[in-house]
Design a protein around this ligand. Sequence first.
Ligand SMILES: C[S@@+](CC[C@H](N)C(=O)[O-])C[C@H]1O[C@@H](n2cnc3c(N)ncnc32)[C@H](O)[C@@H]1O
Length: 373
Amino acid sequence: MQTFGAEFDPNATLRVFRTARVLDPLRLKRRAAYITAIGALPTDYTIIRSYNRTRSVNQYLTHWFYPYKGKYHPQMVRALLNVMRIEPGDTVLDPFIGSGTTAVEAQLLGIHCIGVDISPLCTLISRVKTESVAIIDRVLQYQAEYERIARASAKSNPPPPISMEASADDRIKNFFKVAELIAHSDHARRGRPFIQSFVRNIKRMSASVWDVRTASDVLELPLGPVDIRQGDARQLHFADESVDAILTSPPYAATLDYIENDAHAFRALGYDLRRVREQVIGVRGHPQHRLSYYYDDIRQCYAEMYRVLRPGRWCVIVIGNGMVGRQPLDLIGLTIRECGAIGFEFVREIEKPMWGRRNELNRESIVMFIKPT
Ligand SMILES: C[S@@+](CC[C@H](N)C(=O)[O-])C[C@H]1O[C@@H](n2cnc3c(N)ncnc32)[C@H](O)[C@@H]1O
């Protein structure tokens, strides 16, 4: 609210804000996160999140594609992009793009997003969430054929090949690949019949992609360009001072084993789990050495983030104090200390309310820095 220049009084329930002054109500309507309406006028955010094919308020549009554990909340990303004052045409980098939350939200705001992740599963999911809107008409042609096959065969796992011409756009192939990975997950975790789940996912995914198109038409959103790259955050292939903002959430040491958690998906994609693990921060190396590797790795990542960010711009890191066994790690303190030592100016820490996950985390925060001019 303050970013938009609004002076306000929250009432006792924190549900209604009376603004004394709003500098640009249209901008507030278009960009605000969390806020439902300005007077009788619904915000764009309210309309965007109404396009939701799931029961979770955080999984609107394509956010639900693949049950990736460790996502952050899209509303928070939208709010932070506002606080950082990132405008259409600016570039935001997320060097740990994960399942693409930053990319989806930046795209909706017309902001250029570069997302990097070491995991080929993550780059695939992030691409499909943001690229499918461009090819959805062609997806529908193949969808009909998959449905016909599904009616004929009930058990096939993986799905039988369909006559997709060899030259078919990678974005189309990736769409069906993710539908397949969600079906693997449904099958592995919930015992659902594979082919039915696969076909159901295709239908629901294409409906969500249509929703992106409809929302962008209805709200006249100029969707921002998205560039997802597989790469290592310890060594970013970008020029010095080339991005306008960084918004990211790195691994919380070994709190979540990203490889083990999605082992079925890596296998389905044909990857050797041991090879993938070698580069994954937090879980790489012998368990005895993991923590010291983590500290070295995360320092390198923060130094790279400092190098590629333009002076005078924001770097916002969402991080939690993970655990090693039953011992909490002060990863928030580490982040503040290390980023300060590299040259970032610490601005503030906002503690996030914690809902559950108490056995994995004792605290989670948004830590905000500026690179000095
Ligand atoms: C906390 S998750 C990010 C989740 C993301 N914010 C989302 O909403 O989906 C951290 C990510 O760091 C990635 N990662 C681990 N090691 C990496 C490395 N060396 N370079 C880049 N990414 C890495 C993991 O694959 C994981 O996706």
